[in-house]
Design a protein around this ligand. Sequence first.
Ligand code: COI
Length: 354
Amino acid sequence: MNITVQKTTMPKAKPAEGTALGFGKIFTDHMFVMDYSVSKGWHDAKIVPYGPIEVEPSCAVFHYGQAIFEGLKAYKTPSGDVLLFRPEKNMERINISNDRLCIPQIDIPFCVKALKTFVDIEREWIPSGEGASLYLRPFIIATDAVLGVHPSYTYKFFIIASPSGQYYPEGVNPVRIWVECKYVRAVKGGTGFAKTSGNYASSLRAQKEAEDEGYTQVLWLDGIERKYIEEVGTMNVFFVIDGEVITPALQGSILPGVTRMSAIELLNQQGKKVTERPITITEIYKAHKEGKLSEVFGTGTAAVISPVGELNYGGKKIIINDNKTGPIAQKIYNELTQIQTGKAADKFGWTQRI
Ligand code: COI
Protein backbone atom coordinates (compact mmCIF):
# COMPACT_ATOMS: atom_id res chain seq x y z
CA MET A 1 0.00 0.00 0.00
CA ASN A 2 1.24 3.49 -0.83
CA ILE A 3 1.13 6.31 1.66
CA THR A 4 -0.06 9.53 0.07
CA VAL A 5 1.27 12.75 1.56
CA GLN A 6 -0.54 16.07 1.64
CA LYS A 7 1.64 18.66 3.34
CA THR A 8 0.12 21.57 5.24
CA THR A 9 0.17 24.97 3.59
CA MET A 10 0.05 26.63 7.02
CA PRO A 11 2.87 25.22 9.17
CA LYS A 12 2.53 26.16 12.83
CA ALA A 13 5.21 27.94 14.85
CA LYS A 14 7.35 25.38 16.68
CA PRO A 15 8.03 25.86 20.38
CA ALA A 16 11.23 27.81 20.96
CA GLU A 17 14.27 25.89 22.27
CA GLY A 18 14.03 25.63 26.05
CA THR A 19 10.20 26.07 26.25
CA ALA A 20 8.63 24.03 29.06
CA LEU A 21 6.63 21.65 26.87
CA GLY A 22 4.70 19.63 29.42
CA PHE A 23 3.25 16.38 28.12
CA GLY A 24 0.94 15.99 25.13
CA LYS A 25 -0.18 19.60 24.92
CA ILE A 26 1.14 20.71 21.53
CA PHE A 27 0.60 18.83 18.27
CA THR A 28 2.65 18.82 15.09
CA ASP A 29 1.59 19.88 11.59
CA HIS A 30 0.48 16.48 10.28
CA MET A 31 -1.13 13.20 11.22
CA PHE A 32 -1.19 9.72 9.71
CA VAL A 33 -4.64 8.27 8.93
CA MET A 34 -5.68 4.90 7.53
CA ASP A 35 -9.17 3.41 7.16
CA TYR A 36 -10.55 -0.08 7.53
CA SER A 37 -13.60 -1.63 5.92
CA VAL A 38 -14.51 -5.29 5.57
CA SER A 39 -14.35 -5.18 1.78
CA LYS A 40 -11.07 -3.25 1.49
CA GLY A 41 -9.22 -4.20 4.68
CA TRP A 42 -6.84 -1.44 5.86
CA HIS A 43 -6.64 1.06 3.02
CA ASP A 44 -6.22 4.68 2.06
CA ALA A 45 -3.08 5.33 4.12
CA LYS A 46 -2.21 9.01 4.12
CA ILE A 47 -0.37 11.76 5.90
CA VAL A 48 -2.49 14.92 6.02
CA PRO A 49 -2.50 18.22 7.94
CA TYR A 50 -3.27 17.72 11.65
CA GLY A 51 -6.77 18.89 12.47
CA PRO A 52 -10.31 18.02 13.52
CA ILE A 53 -11.89 14.92 12.06
CA GLU A 54 -15.50 14.44 11.13
CA VAL A 55 -17.43 11.40 12.38
CA GLU A 56 -21.08 10.89 13.15
CA PRO A 57 -22.35 11.31 16.74
CA SER A 58 -23.52 7.70 16.52
CA CYS A 59 -19.92 6.57 15.90
CA ALA A 60 -19.33 3.32 17.84
CA VAL A 61 -16.27 4.52 19.74
CA PHE A 62 -18.28 7.21 21.56
CA HIS A 63 -20.78 4.73 22.91
CA TYR A 64 -19.02 1.47 23.58
CA GLY A 65 -15.37 2.55 23.82
CA GLN A 66 -13.99 0.28 21.10
CA ALA A 67 -10.60 2.00 20.98
CA ILE A 68 -6.97 1.15 21.63
CA PHE A 69 -3.80 3.22 21.65
CA GLU A 70 -0.03 3.16 21.96
CA GLY A 71 2.72 5.51 23.08
CA LEU A 72 6.31 5.69 21.86
CA LYS A 73 8.92 8.36 21.31
CA ALA A 74 11.26 9.75 18.66
CA TYR A 75 14.49 11.30 19.94
CA LYS A 76 17.02 13.67 18.45
CA THR A 77 20.67 12.58 18.81
CA PRO A 78 23.47 15.07 19.50
CA SER A 79 24.39 14.92 15.79
CA GLY A 80 20.81 15.74 14.75
CA ASP A 81 19.80 12.21 13.69
CA VAL A 82 16.40 10.85 14.65
CA LEU A 83 15.94 7.60 16.58
CA LEU A 84 12.86 5.53 17.29
CA PHE A 85 12.91 3.13 20.24
CA ARG A 86 11.69 -0.44 19.59
CA PRO A 87 8.73 0.61 17.36
CA GLU A 88 7.90 -2.99 16.42
CA LYS A 89 7.14 -3.74 20.08
CA ASN A 90 4.41 -1.08 20.13
CA MET A 91 2.95 -2.26 16.85
CA GLU A 92 2.97 -5.86 18.11
CA ARG A 93 1.12 -4.70 21.21
CA ILE A 94 -1.45 -2.92 19.02
CA ASN A 95 -2.32 -6.31 17.58
CA ILE A 96 -2.63 -7.82 21.06
CA SER A 97 -4.98 -4.98 22.05
CA ASN A 98 -6.84 -5.26 18.72
CA ASP A 99 -7.40 -8.94 19.23
CA ARG A 100 -8.92 -8.34 22.67
CA LEU A 101 -11.25 -5.62 21.35
CA CYS A 102 -12.22 -7.39 18.09
CA ILE A 103 -10.42 -4.77 15.99
CA PRO A 104 -8.79 -6.16 12.81
CA GLN A 105 -5.06 -6.85 12.91
CA ILE A 106 -2.67 -4.30 11.42
CA ASP A 107 0.29 -5.16 9.18
CA ILE A 108 3.20 -4.52 11.55
CA PRO A 109 5.98 -3.86 8.96
CA PHE A 110 3.67 -1.51 7.04
CA CYS A 111 2.69 0.41 10.18
CA VAL A 112 6.35 0.74 11.26
CA LYS A 113 7.07 2.10 7.77
CA ALA A 114 4.15 4.53 8.08
CA LEU A 115 5.42 5.65 11.48
CA LYS A 116 8.89 6.28 10.08
CA THR A 117 7.52 8.20 7.07
CA PHE A 118 5.41 10.32 9.41
CA VAL A 119 8.26 11.01 11.85
CA ASP A 120 10.56 11.91 8.96
CA ILE A 121 8.03 14.56 7.85
CA GLU A 122 7.76 15.90 11.43
CA ARG A 123 11.48 15.65 12.26
CA GLU A 124 11.86 19.41 12.77
CA TRP A 125 9.36 19.14 15.62
CA ILE A 126 11.55 16.82 17.71
CA PRO A 127 12.74 18.83 20.68
CA SER A 128 16.17 18.45 22.20
CA GLY A 129 17.15 18.81 25.84
CA GLU A 130 16.98 16.60 28.91
CA GLY A 131 13.80 14.52 28.97
CA ALA A 132 12.43 15.99 25.72
CA SER A 133 11.19 13.91 22.79
CA LEU A 134 8.49 13.71 20.17
CA TYR A 135 5.77 11.60 21.80
CA LEU A 136 3.97 9.48 19.19
CA ARG A 137 0.43 8.35 19.78
CA PRO A 138 -0.92 5.68 17.40
CA PHE A 139 -4.58 4.85 18.09
CA ILE A 140 -7.53 3.09 16.51
CA ILE A 141 -11.21 3.93 16.86
CA ALA A 142 -14.36 2.10 15.79
CA THR A 143 -16.35 4.22 13.34
CA ASP A 144 -19.60 2.38 12.51
CA ALA A 145 -22.54 4.77 12.83
CA VAL A 146 -24.85 2.30 14.60
CA LEU A 147 -25.98 1.86 18.18
CA GLY A 148 -26.23 -1.94 18.33
CA VAL A 149 -23.61 -3.44 20.62
CA HIS A 150 -21.37 -5.28 18.17
CA PRO A 151 -17.76 -5.02 16.95
CA SER A 152 -17.61 -2.26 14.37
CA TYR A 153 -17.12 -3.10 10.69
CA THR A 154 -15.15 0.11 10.04
CA TYR A 155 -12.20 1.70 11.83
CA LYS A 156 -9.72 4.53 11.61
CA PHE A 157 -6.05 4.26 12.58
CA PHE A 158 -4.26 7.52 13.41
CA ILE A 159 -0.79 8.53 14.46
CA ILE A 160 -0.44 11.98 16.00
CA ALA A 161 2.70 13.51 17.50
CA SER A 162 3.40 15.88 20.35
CA PRO A 163 6.73 17.49 21.27
CA SER A 164 6.85 16.70 24.99
CA GLY A 165 8.94 17.01 28.12
CA GLN A 166 8.74 15.00 31.35
CA TYR A 167 5.39 13.36 32.07
CA TYR A 168 5.31 14.18 35.78
CA PRO A 169 5.58 17.71 37.14
CA GLU A 170 8.18 16.19 39.52
CA GLY A 171 10.40 15.47 36.46
CA VAL A 172 12.80 12.67 37.42
CA ASN A 173 12.36 13.38 41.12
CA PRO A 174 10.52 10.83 43.29
CA VAL A 175 6.73 10.76 43.04
CA ARG A 176 4.17 10.17 45.80
CA ILE A 177 1.90 7.18 45.14
CA TRP A 178 -1.48 6.33 46.61
CA VAL A 179 -2.09 2.60 47.06
CA GLU A 180 -5.64 2.16 45.78
CA CYS A 181 -7.86 0.17 48.14
CA LYS A 182 -11.33 1.15 46.92
CA TYR A 183 -11.27 0.88 43.12
CA VAL A 184 -9.72 -1.78 40.87
CA ARG A 185 -8.22 -1.48 37.40
CA ALA A 186 -8.44 -4.99 36.00
CA VAL A 187 -9.00 -8.67 36.61
CA LYS A 188 -7.74 -11.69 34.73
CA GLY A 189 -10.05 -12.25 31.79
CA GLY A 190 -10.61 -8.49 31.49
CA THR A 191 -8.64 -6.01 29.40
CA GLY A 192 -5.79 -5.16 31.78
CA PHE A 193 -3.07 -6.60 29.51
CA ALA A 194 -4.31 -4.60 26.51
CA LYS A 195 -3.84 -0.88 25.91
CA THR A 196 -7.49 0.02 25.65
CA SER A 197 -8.85 3.51 26.17
CA GLY A 198 -11.48 2.08 28.53
CA ASN A 199 -8.79 0.97 31.00
CA TYR A 200 -7.78 4.59 31.39
CA ALA A 201 -11.37 5.87 31.55
CA SER A 202 -12.10 3.58 34.47
CA SER A 203 -8.91 4.67 36.25
CA LEU A 204 -9.82 8.35 36.34
CA ARG A 205 -11.93 8.33 39.51
CA ALA A 206 -9.10 6.78 41.53
CA GLN A 207 -6.56 9.10 39.91
CA LYS A 208 -8.65 12.14 40.82
CA GLU A 209 -9.13 11.03 44.41
CA ALA A 210 -5.38 10.35 44.75
CA GLU A 211 -4.60 13.81 43.34
CA ASP A 212 -7.08 15.37 45.77
CA GLU A 213 -5.00 13.78 48.55
CA GLY A 214 -1.79 15.26 47.08
CA TYR A 215 -0.55 12.11 45.32
CA THR A 216 0.69 11.87 41.74
CA GLN A 217 -0.66 8.46 40.77
CA VAL A 218 -2.24 5.32 42.16
CA LEU A 219 -0.71 1.89 42.69
CA TRP A 220 -3.28 -0.71 41.69
CA LEU A 221 -3.83 -3.90 43.65
CA ASP A 222 -5.35 -7.04 42.13
CA GLY A 223 -9.10 -6.94 41.65
CA ILE A 224 -9.94 -10.08 43.63
CA GLU A 225 -7.88 -10.35 46.80
CA ARG A 226 -6.85 -6.68 46.83
CA LYS A 227 -3.39 -7.61 48.01
CA TYR A 228 -1.16 -8.36 45.00
CA ILE A 229 0.53 -5.37 43.42
CA GLU A 230 -0.26 -4.83 39.74
CA GLU A 231 0.95 -1.52 38.27
CA VAL A 232 0.92 2.24 38.73
CA GLY A 233 -1.45 4.49 36.69
CA THR A 234 0.89 5.07 33.76
CA MET A 235 3.77 2.72 34.52
CA ASN A 236 4.88 -0.73 35.61
CA VAL A 237 6.50 -0.96 39.02
CA PHE A 238 9.73 -2.41 40.44
CA PHE A 239 10.89 -2.95 44.05
CA VAL A 240 14.38 -3.54 45.44
CA ILE A 241 14.22 -5.72 48.55
CA ASP A 242 17.42 -6.92 50.18
CA GLY A 243 19.24 -6.08 46.93
CA GLU A 244 16.87 -8.21 44.81
CA VAL A 245 14.92 -6.46 42.03
CA ILE A 246 11.32 -7.69 41.95
CA THR A 247 8.44 -6.76 39.64
CA PRO A 248 4.91 -8.19 39.51
CA ALA A 249 4.63 -11.10 37.07
CA LEU A 250 2.45 -10.41 34.03
CA GLN A 251 -0.53 -12.64 34.60
CA GLY A 252 -3.17 -11.24 32.32
CA SER A 253 -4.20 -8.11 34.16
CA ILE A 254 -1.00 -6.04 33.87
CA LEU A 255 0.15 -4.05 30.83
CA PRO A 256 3.31 -5.63 29.36
CA GLY A 257 5.34 -2.41 29.15
CA VAL A 258 8.04 -1.94 26.51
CA THR A 259 10.06 0.07 29.06
CA ARG A 260 9.44 -2.65 31.66
CA MET A 261 10.85 -5.24 29.25
CA SER A 262 13.82 -2.98 28.40
CA ALA A 263 14.57 -2.27 32.08
CA ILE A 264 14.63 -6.02 32.80
CA GLU A 265 17.01 -6.59 29.87
CA LEU A 266 19.27 -3.72 31.00
CA LEU A 267 19.35 -5.03 34.57
CA ASN A 268 20.12 -8.55 33.37
CA GLN A 269 22.92 -7.18 31.25
CA GLN A 270 24.32 -5.41 34.35
CA GLY A 271 24.38 -8.87 35.97
CA LYS A 272 21.29 -8.23 38.12
CA LYS A 273 18.60 -10.83 38.08
CA VAL A 274 15.03 -9.53 38.05
CA THR A 275 12.44 -11.69 39.75
CA GLU A 276 8.99 -11.56 38.15
CA ARG A 277 6.52 -12.93 40.68
CA PRO A 278 3.32 -12.07 42.52
CA ILE A 279 4.19 -9.64 45.31
CA THR A 280 1.83 -8.32 47.98
CA ILE A 281 1.57 -4.83 49.43
CA THR A 282 2.00 -6.36 52.90
CA GLU A 283 5.34 -7.77 51.84
CA ILE A 284 6.45 -4.30 50.75
CA TYR A 285 5.44 -2.73 54.06
CA LYS A 286 7.13 -5.56 56.00
CA ALA A 287 10.33 -5.14 53.97
CA HIS A 288 10.23 -1.42 54.68
CA LYS A 289 9.78 -2.02 58.41
CA GLU A 290 12.75 -4.36 58.43
CA GLY A 291 14.88 -1.82 56.56
CA LYS A 292 15.09 -4.06 53.48
CA LEU A 293 13.15 -1.96 50.97
CA SER A 294 15.80 0.22 49.37
CA GLU A 295 14.05 1.41 46.17
CA VAL A 296 10.73 1.58 44.36
CA PHE A 297 10.51 2.85 40.80
CA GLY A 298 8.17 2.84 37.83
CA THR A 299 8.87 2.30 34.14
CA GLY A 300 6.84 3.59 31.21
CA THR A 301 7.23 5.26 27.84
CA ALA A 302 5.90 8.59 29.01
CA ALA A 303 7.27 8.31 32.56
CA VAL A 304 10.61 6.69 31.49
CA ILE A 305 12.08 5.62 34.87
CA SER A 306 10.38 7.32 37.75
CA PRO A 307 11.45 6.82 41.37
CA VAL A 308 8.73 6.48 43.99
CA GLY A 309 9.47 8.41 47.19
CA GLU A 310 6.33 7.68 49.17
CA LEU A 311 3.56 5.09 49.35
CA ASN A 312 0.31 5.61 51.24
CA TYR A 313 -1.63 2.42 51.90
CA GLY A 314 -4.84 3.07 53.80
CA GLY A 315 -3.32 6.04 55.63
CA LYS A 316 -0.06 4.22 56.45
CA LYS A 317 2.72 6.21 54.80
CA ILE A 318 6.19 4.96 54.09
CA ILE A 319 9.08 7.04 52.77
CA ILE A 320 11.41 5.17 50.46
CA ASN A 321 15.16 5.81 50.31
CA ASP A 322 14.72 9.13 52.10
CA ASN A 323 12.61 10.34 49.19
CA LYS A 324 15.67 10.26 46.94
CA THR A 325 16.31 8.54 43.63
CA GLY A 326 18.06 5.24 44.34
CA PRO A 327 21.19 3.99 42.55
CA ILE A 328 19.45 1.21 40.60
CA ALA A 329 16.73 3.49 39.19
CA GLN A 330 19.31 6.17 38.41
CA LYS A 331 21.55 3.72 36.56
CA ILE A 332 18.74 2.33 34.42
CA TYR A 333 17.48 5.84 33.70
CA ASN A 334 20.95 6.90 32.56
CA GLU A 335 21.59 3.81 30.44
CA LEU A 336 18.15 3.77 28.85
CA THR A 337 18.00 7.47 28.00
CA GLN A 338 21.58 7.43 26.66
CA ILE A 339 20.64 4.60 24.29
CA GLN A 340 17.35 6.26 23.31
CA THR A 341 19.05 9.54 22.48
CA GLY A 342 22.02 7.98 20.70
CA LYS A 343 24.52 9.15 23.35
CA ALA A 344 25.62 5.58 24.13
CA ALA A 345 26.17 2.61 21.85
CA ASP A 346 23.03 0.51 21.42
CA LYS A 347 24.31 -3.02 22.03
CA PHE A 348 20.76 -4.33 22.00
CA GLY A 349 19.77 -3.07 18.55
CA TRP A 350 16.75 -1.32 20.07
CA THR A 351 16.95 1.98 18.21
CA GLN A 352 16.13 2.65 14.57
CA ARG A 353 17.56 5.62 12.74
CA ILE A 354 15.30 7.63 10.44
C1 COI B 1 2.79 5.82 27.79
O1 COI B 1 3.64 5.69 28.68
O2 COI B 1 3.08 6.04 26.62
C2 COI B 1 1.40 5.68 28.10
O3 COI B 1 0.67 5.26 27.26
C3 COI B 1 0.92 6.13 29.39
C4 COI B 1 0.01 7.24 29.22
C5 COI B 1 -1.39 6.95 29.22
C6 COI B 1 0.49 8.61 29.25
